[in-house]
Design a protein around this ligand. Structure first.
Ligand SMILES: NC(=O)c1ccc[n+]([C@@H]2O[C@H](COP(=O)([O-])OP(=O)(O)OC[C@H]3O[C@@H](n4cnc5c(N)ncnc54)[C@H](OP(=O)(O)O)[C@@H]3O)[C@@H](O)[C@H]2O)c1
Length: 332
């Protein structure tokens, strides 16, 4: 039996759905049923039910964006750093293997291959970098699991959310039998405020950036495959390979969904940070080679995005026969 913590959340629900599809027995645990953030309660519960694997999909997400975590530092630190540490201790004491949903947002930028070696470019909006990405994509590499996070409390600047996610990795890495799974910019085909494809369609203006992205369904499948295939424990970047720009994503939305609205972009970082954002955002490219080498396939990012948009779900008709009005723009 598998235990899913944070089962009521966006990621936790996707794990539950995939476990159901695989006909694997699981308990979707919520804090309402048992306060699993309490070490003694979790320890007693795990000793009693003896799960063969625990999935930690609980956390304080950047919802609707990382600025929210700046306002809720205590909750963010508790759910994103202290809770994984509690789970790690319980799993170590009970010798239970487990997987933790971390985040790829603990990096900033990408690696650039030069004749004299590799350098890190933190600012992927620099025109020179954009030109290189367009003309010589083979010279742009993502961060691997062996690269130390460079968007963390140890390597500022970072935002509070990413700092707590990086700190959690540092605390649980190598403790017991554990996976650390790193998704980046999760998306799927649902009109759901956590879905990056939904967010980008509802921003007042879109921020120009380059990123790795992860399809939510692909993510939970890949995480479970690692465990089912008994891949070595450790950290895995779980992204759909290939960097994508927000411009590319908007172009796909326009081509596939044909929305009846124009998309506006922030002119530059200065305008974006002055008008919209408080805390620095992470934009980065992650290398998925370790995951692929473990025998876990992932579709290219552009294929996964196109597929999600083709399956984009329209809202159910309103009971009163009314019409859906445009949603309030969300902050990037
Ligand atoms: N969504 C994304 O785009 C994204 C991207 C990268 C990484 N992640 C990571 O994925 C994990 C899950 O994110 P999500 O988007 O699924 O978030 P979510 O929808 O808010 O779900 C998180 C769940 O965590 C549980 N939880 C435990 N302690 C909590 C606390 N102190 N405050 C709030 N919730 C608490 C809650 O479940 P119960 O109340 O049922 O116990 C909650 O439903 C987080 O660690 C997040 O950092 C998410």
């Amino acid at each position: 039996m598998i235990l899913v913590l944070g089962a009521s959340g966006y990621v936790g629900q996707a794990f539950s759905q995939e476990l159901r599809r695989r006909r694997l027995a699981f308990i979707p645990l919520t804090r309402k049923a048992i306060d699993y953030t309490n070490l003694e309660l979790l320890f007693d519960y795990v000793r009693k039910v003896k799960p063969e694997f625990i999935i930690n999909a609980a956390g304080y997400p950047a919802n609707p964006n990382v600025d929210a975590c700046e306002q809720a530092r205590e909750e963010t630190l508790f759910a994103n750093t202290l809770l994984p540490q509690t789970i790690a201790r319980v799993c170590l004491m009970t010798n239970t293997p487990w997987g933790h949903v971390s985040s790829g947002s603990i990096y900033q930028g990408a690696k650039v291959v030069e004749s004299e070696g590799t350098r890190i470019e933190r600012d992927m909006n620099r025109p020179e970098f954009r030109r290189l990405l367009a003309e010589h994509p083979e010279r742009i590499c993502g961060f691997t699991e062996w690269n130390e996070p460079n968007f963390s409390f140890r390597h500022p600047p970072c935002n509070f959310y990413c700092g707590t996610k990086a700190l959690a990795e540092e605390m649980i890495r190598g403790v017991g039998r554990s996976y650390i799974w790193r998704p980046k910019m999760l998306f799927d085909e649902r009109r759901e405020p956590r879905n990056f494809l939904w967010k980008i369609q509802n921003y007042a203006k879109v921020y120009r950036c380059v990123n790795s992205v992860t399809h939510l369904g692909d993510f939970v499948k890949a995480c479970l495959n690692l465990w089912e295939q008994q891949a070595p424990f450790g950290i895995y970047n779980v992204v759909n390979p290939g960097p994508v720009t927000s411009r590319q994503i908007v172009a796909m939305i326009q081509r596939i969904l044909k929305p009846d609205r124009p998309f506006e972009f922030w002119k530059n970082d200065e305008e974006f940070y002055q008008a919209q954002a408080r805390a620095p955002r992470s934009n980065c490219i992650l290398d998925a080679s370790k995951l692929l080498a473990a025998g876990v396939p992932m579709r290219p990012a552009t294929d996964a995005l196109a597929d999600a948009l083709q399956k984009w779900q329209t809202p159910p008709p309103m009971a009163n026969g009314g019409v859906w009005t445009r949603l309030v723009p969300v902050k990037a």
